[in-house]
Design a binder for this molecule. Structure first.
Ligand SMILES: Nc1ncnc2c1ncn2[C@@H]1O[C@H](COP(=O)(O)OP(=O)(O)OP(=O)(O)O)[C@@H](O)[C@H]1O
Length: 117
């Protein structure tokens, strides 16, 4: 890939992240939660291994939320009609985000509760 093309692909990826942050309420919630977790992690001085788990979890939630947005937009582009498959696609993607978010909260509790106790 040429240097210009590589730079452009990064630019498009950042535009995608910026769009999700601007327009998706859930993404803004994830961003706020991320700031809180990073501040708390710094404050209580979590271990290197705990940082790795937290960062991986944060990355997973953000990535999954953006894939969810991509899927929602694709479904909306394919059909403006109500369709059971469109509902399944959107609901399953939203379910995937919910599953990972619940796990993320559980991981946060397991890591932070012993420090705050
Ligand atoms: N084309 C569709 N066919 C059937 N069900 C749909 C369709 N689009 C959305 N739904 C259902 O509505 C839920 C919410 O969808 P979505 O988040 O896209 O919001 P919306 O219905 O387009 O309204 P809004 O844009 O105000 O949030 C989906 O999870 C799904 O259950």
């Amino acid at each position: 890939m040429k240097k210009g093309k590589l730079l452009k692909s990064f630019q498009y990826a950042f535009l995608g992240i910026a769009f999700c942050l601007r327009s998706e309420r859930n993404m803004q919630i994830h961003a706020a939660a991320t700031v809180v977790v990073l501040l708390m992690g710094t404050y209580v001085r979590v271990t290197k291994m705990e940082w790795l788990v937290l960062l991986l979890t944060i990355g997973g939630v953000w990535s999954l939320e953006m894939v969810n947005t991509a899927l929602e937009k694709t479904v909306d582009l394919i059909t403006a009609e109500r369709h059971p498959f469109a509902k399944i696609a959107k609901d399953a993607a939203a379910g995937a985000v919910l599953v990972f978010s619940c796990i993320a909260v559980a991981i946060g509790l397991v890591i932070f509760i012993p420090y705050l106790w």
